[in-house]
Design a protein around this ligand. Structure first.
Ligand SMILES: [Ca+2]
Length: 237
C-alpha cells in the first residue's frame, strides 16, 4: 500500500476513535438533576479535550517518525547563474543589453560628403560583425538616441542616421532586417508636411523605402530614398 494511503488511513482511524470517545462522553454525562449543570458542561469539555490532546499527541509522534519524514518532498538547491556581462566588439559601446556604434565620418570612396547609402551602411555594419540597428521597443529607441547624443559630446548633430528598417521588398510593409515588423506610429515615426497638412511617416510611397533617423525632425524615424547618404547606426547583441 502506498505510504500516503497508510498515513491517511491512520488519521481516519484516530478521527473515528475521537468521535467514538465524544459519543461515549455524551452517554456518560447525561443531565443529572443532582449535579450542577455548569459542572456537567465543564466535565464534558474536560473529557473531550483529553481525547483531543491524546489524538494530537499521537499525530505529533507520527509526524516525528520516519514514516512521515520519508514522504516529505525535498527540493534541490537552485543556484542562479549571474547575468553575463555584455561583451561588445571593437568600436561598440554597451547600451542596455545591446552594443551600438555610430560613425559620422565614414564616406563612400571618391565622395567628399560624409555618409553612406543604406545598402553601403548595412555592409559597413556587417563588416564589423553587426548589422544596422533595430529597436525592440520605445525604450531601446530612446536609449539609442541618448547614445547618439553622447557620442557627439552632446553637441547638435546635423546628419541623418540609417537604421535597419525597409519596405523595399513589399511596399508599405516595414520590416527590420531580421524579418520582424517595425513598430508604426508614435513615438517612433515623425511627421512631414505635405500641402499644408502634416502626415505621419512613412509617407514617401514606392520612392522611399529605407528608414532613417531624420535630424530635421528631431531624429524621429522617416522613410527616405535608399541612395541618400547618412551615418550608419550599427548594433549587435
Ligand atoms: Ca516605401
Amino acid at each position: 500500500m502506498p505510504r500516503f494511503l497508510s498515513v491517511t488511513l491512520f488519521l481516519w482511524v484516530f478521527l473515528l476513535r475521537w468521535f467514538q470517545n465524544a459519543v461515549k462522553c455524551e452517554d456518560i454525562f447525561q443531565p443529572d438533576d443532582d449535579v450542577n449543570s455548569t459542572e456537567q458542561i465543564l466535565l464534558r469539555q474536560e473529557t473531550q479535550l483529553g481525547s483531543v490532546v491524546d489524538l494530537l499527541t499521537q499525530i505529533r509522534d507520527l509526524f516525528n517518525s520516519n514514516t512521515i519524514n520519508n514522504t516529505l518532498i525535498t527540493y534541490p538547491n537552485v543556484t542562479e547563474n549571474p547575468p553575463q556581462e555584455l561583451q561588445c566588439k571593437t568600436k561598440f559601446s554597451p547600451v542596455n543589453g545591446v552594443c551600438l556604434h555610430v560613425d559620422f565620418t565614414i564616406r563612400e570612396e571618391g565622395l567628399q560628403q560624409a555618409g553612406l547609402s543604406w545598402t553601403a551602411a548595412s555592409r559597413y555594419c556587417t563588416g564589423l560583425g553587426a548589422d544596422l540597428a533595430a529597436f525592440a521597443d520605445a525604450n531601446a529607441y530612446v536609449d539609442a538616441l541618448n547614445f547618439i547624443h553622447r557620442t557627439n559630446d552632446g553637441k547638435d548633430i546635423t546628419m541623418d542616421i540609417w537604421i535597419g528598417g525597409s519596405d523595399e521588398a513589399n511596399e508599405g510593409t516595414w520590416l527590420w532586417k531580421n524579418g520582424n515588423h517595425m513598430p508604426r506610429g508614435t513615438p517612433f515615426w515623425g511627421t512631414q508636411r505635405h500641402d499644408n497638412v502634416f502626415h505621419q511617416e512613412p509617407s514617401g510611397g514606392g520612392r522611399q523605402n529605407c528608414a532613417m533617423l531624420w535630424y530635421k525632425n528631431k531624429y524621429f524615424i522617416h522613410d527616405s530614398e535608399c541612395e541618400d547618404k547618412a551615418a550608419p547606426l550599427c548594433q549587435h547583441e
